[in-house]
Design a protein around this ligand. Structure first.
Ligand code: AHZ
Length: 311
């Protein structure tokens, strides 16, 4: 006996299945009191699967050759992405973030407190992205965002709206792509990636080779040392591209924030480092719960990257 495929199954992929009995509302307000009449448009599961997977695999194809890869979507990486994407809509920018949730350590202000402290003049970055803050006036040395999540969610939403940015979250950078630099050293030419959950199981599963993204500029902002932190600079040491890490020093807000912003630079050709990852290279102090240096190091990292494209 022949199975007759259902009408929906026979439809070409992506085509909407006939809309029968679906209610139409132009606004949310118009739904009020109409719940007995309410129904969603019918859907076939494969439409959902294809709508997601086709886009993701197109993105993997498109961003396999990127102009810039940003490793880590914490406060520094996101500030870098925002500044770059705004300045150069023509550049393809891939952000690779190991966590499912982008934002790094910037969802809370410090300990488990809500408010985020930004030392002046980083209030300029808050005005740039449209985050409101409390300011005690000209005599004060910092401003306060009422919740760190307001900063991070606003920055994230701006970054994700740029058409030239793709965030690959739940994806870890496992290694760096390198080339000989012609002077006996190496230059960084891209990143090696894997699903983070796969990266975490190399010890107990075999045959889980990675994927790659080629890019002339990689900006690493993976934070200070930790399970995933300081990834790129630790790898540079193990491949003998830099001699040793300085190791992040104790907390000194005054010294730390200036040092991170000033020290943001290309540490090996093709690899720019910003944010707290830099403290591991330079032996710089940590600043703890102040985020001004992360935002402004991002602005500086973007400027260093743009110089490469303006040459
Ligand atoms: O998941 C990490 C986080 O979101 C991500 N990351 C780390 N290694 C990665 C890898 N591949 C992909 N191999 C990776 N992603 O990088 C992000 C780093 O964010 P962060 O907030 O930790 O770093 P940041 O430099 O932007 O901000 C640090 C802010 C400070 S200062 C400080 C202190 O002084 O104690 N603590 C923090 C969190």
């Amino acid at each position: 006996q022949m199975t007759v495929p259902s009408k929906a199954a026979a439809l070409p992929h992506g085509a909407a299945i006939p809309i029968k009995g679906a209610t139409n509302f132009d606004t949310v307000e118009a739904m009020a009191g109409k719940w007995n009449d309410f129904s969603f448009r019918p859907i076939r599961e494969s439409q959902v699967s294809r709508a997601m997977t086709r886009r993701y695999f197109n993105d993997l194809d498109k961003y396999a050759e990127s102009d810039i890869v940003i490793v880590g979507a914490g406060s520094c990486g996101l500030s870098t992405a925002y500044t770059l994407a705004k300045a150069r809509p023509d550049l393809k920018i891939a952000i690779v973030e190991a966590g499912v949730a982008p934002g790094g350590g910037a969802w809370l202000g410090g300990q488990l407190f809500s408010a985020m402290i930004m030392r002046k003049p980083a209030d300029a970055f808050l005005r740039e992205i449209g985050v409101p803050y409390e300011d005690d006036g000209d005599h004060s040395n910092f401003v306060v965002v009422k919740h760190a999540a307001l900063f991070t969610s606003t920055l994230l939403s701006k970054v994700l709206q740029f058409p030239n940015v793709k965030l690959f979250n739940a994806t870890a950078v496992e290694d760096l792509i390198t080339r000989p630099d012609g002077k006996g050293g190496i230059r960084v030419a891209g990143v090696v990636t894997n699903w983070t959950l796969v990266s975490m199981h190399h010890d107990d599963q075999s045959c889980m080779d990675p994927n790659t993204i080629n890019a002339p500029v990689v900006i690493s902002t993976t934070g200070h040392d930790g399970p995933f932190g300081a990834f790129s600079v630790k790898r540079l040491v193990s491949m003998q591209a830099i001699p040793a890490l300085g190791g992040m020093r104790g907390l000194d807000m005054n010294v730390a924030e200036d040092a991170i912003v000033k020290g943001t630079r290309e540490i090996v050709t093709g690899l720019i480092t910003g944010g707290m990852e830099l403290s591991e290279v330079d032996g710089a102090n940590r600043m703890g719960p102040t985020f001004a240096a992360m935002a402004i190091s991002g602005v500086h990292a973007a400027e260093v990257a743009l110089e490469v494209f303006e040459q």
